[in-house]
Design a protein around this ligand. Structure first.
Ligand code: FMN
Length: 467
């Protein structure tokens, strides 16, 4: 058996989600809408044997939104284009269950999965931005609990639709004129709280069975959704201890839901800064932190709270008391900001600057960053990392300088193990539910025939009794 290895995903985020990253001379000013830029980065990540690239998404902006949010490509369209220029790397995109119909989502991801020969992944989110409601013909955002109930049901419907065709549904027998084996096509007939979907879906499964399900919620409801249904979960980790506690919690919840905890992978998000030495990387971090404009940092701080207006508070007074602001937005993220500000007695200014450029544990010389990644992986804080980008060349640096160290330590692959995302992540291909049910029924009926009963009686050893 091969040793457990860590997994890596790369966030491709064009001109960036910090106010200033777009000004870097190495980055095209239109990177977020430039397919050639995405292709080059996806190939770079594939050459470094990353498991997947990841495209974040949301559906509401204001003129103050970060540069990448203001003007970007839609993930499914973008990933379908990237499928053509790559052959092994996984293609993961965000799509919200709050403002989409499961039938459409199932079709879109199934299409990406076939186009990419089994490399698709869906990051299931519920949308934290209340303004999105008005872009989808609603006057109010769903509340947090309802969003997650809808997400559970949405995902259940999508997965049901993905199993519409069993894997041998299309004999395509030219000689006898049989295109479809009708017994291998199944409708869904779902009726639930939010959706009523008859099915079947008009597209078959890929080599990986179903797209890989990622999830990124951190609240109680978010963790629950992931533990019950996801193959992998992203998390914001403030520290090694936080990441380990989060992973332990997800594994506990998965076990309580009857799952093998090893069947769900936890990916803390990291934004590494690599220097020739620790001091050089640290200086680069401080340069970035000092360049932050406080007005922009306040806007950025407001986003997890649903673009809360922080300009109305005194900058150098203690972080304001916000009641339950943020609870219906990006709940776990806004809770984290409140908790850190309270625990560390930060002012509003300190809080805004702290979250504009978080001081991560992954800042240092290549060996320092590799040591930290190894520690998190070996000591139960991570199954892999989702590598974010602060500035233009951060991903290039990580790929060129840290990945070879992880490979030399036997922690990361030198070659892809498989052609599918599931295969590379070490996840099992889900057997089509109808195939599984038919097999189980066939086994049960074989066991119940008189011949089988006689065979099992004669196979019994002398003295053995049936229970
Ligand atoms: C690495 C990472 C990536 C995320 N990507 C997205 C995204 O693309 N779109 C989105 O709306 N939320 C994204 N989120 C936020 C989560 O989906 C979630 O909305 C947030 O953590 C609040 O969830 P909660 O209400 O369960 O706490 C991401 C979170 C993390 C940690």
């Amino acid at each position: 058996m091969t040793a457990r290895q860590l997994k890596l995903g790369a966030v491709l985020i064009g001109v960036g989600t910090t106010p200033d990253a777009w000004r870097h001379p190495d980055l095209p000013g239109d990177a977020s809408i430039d397919i050639d830029w995405y292709r080059a980065k996806a190939r770079l990540a594939e050459d470094a044997k990353f498991d997947f690239v990841f495209i974040v998404d949301s559906t509401y902006i204001t003129p103050d939104s970060a540069p990448h949010f203001l003007n970007r490509l839609e993930p499914l369209t973008l990933l379908s284009a990237l499928a053509g220029g790559t052959s092994r790397i996984g293609l993961v995109g965000t799509l919200t269950t709050s403002y989409s119909e499961p039938f459409t989502v199932a079709r879109q991801f199934a299409s990406l999965d076939l186009i990419s020969h089994g490399r698709a992944g869906w990051n299931v989110v519920t949308t934290g931005l209340e303004g999105a409601a008005e872009n989808y013909s609603r006057s109010e955002h769903y509340d947090h609990g309802e969003r997650y109930r809808r997400a559970h049901e949405h995902l259940q419907v999508v997965r049901g639709l993905w199993d519409s065709y069993e894997d041998d549904a299309f004999p395509r027998d030219r000689a006898n004129g049989v295109f479809l084996d009708r017994s291998r096509l199944h409708s869904l007939d779902h009726q639930g709280e939010f959706f009523s979907v008859a099915g079947p879906l008009n597209i078959s499964r890929s080599a990986q069975g179903q797209p890989v399900i990622f999830q990124a919620g951190g609240s109680d409801a978010g963790r629950d959704l992931a533990a019950r249904t996801a193959d992998a979960i992203f998390t914001i980790a403030e520290s090694f201890e936080d990441a380990r506690a989060f992973r332990d919690d997800i594994r506990r919840r998965a076990a309580a839901a009857g799952r093998d905890p090893d069947s769900i992978l936890v990916f803390p998000g990291i934004v590494p800064i690599i220097g020739a030495t620790d001091a050089e990387a640290d200086a680069e971090y401080r340069r970035r932190a000092e360049a932050v404009d406080i007005a922009q940092a306040l806007v950025q701080l407001g986003r997890p709270f649903g673009y809360h207006d922080f300009t109305r508070y005194a900058l150098d007074a203690p972080f304001p008391e916000l009641g339950d602001a943020g609870a219906n937005a990006y709940r776990s993220h806004s809770d984290l900001i409140k908790r850190v500000a309270r625990d560390e007695r930060l002012t509003l200014r300190e809080t805004a600057l702290r979250f504009a450029t978080p001081r991560s544990a992954f800042i240092g010389a290549p060996a320092t960053v590799a040591d930290e990644a190894e520690r998190w992986f070996r000591e139960g804080a991570a199954d892999g990392f989702i590598v974010g980008v602060g500035q233009a060349r951060d991903l290039d640096d990580f790929a060129a300088r840290v990945v070879p160290l992880l490979q030399a330590r036997g922690l990361f692959r030198r070659e892809y193990e498989d052609t599918t995302l599931r295969g590379n992540l070490g996840l099992a291909v889900p057997v089509n539910r109808h195939t599984a049910a038919r097999r189980a029924a066939a086994e049960a009926s074989a066991a119940a025939t008189p011949a089988a009963l006689a065979a099992s009686a004669t196979a019994r050893a002398p003295g053995e009794v049936s229970a």
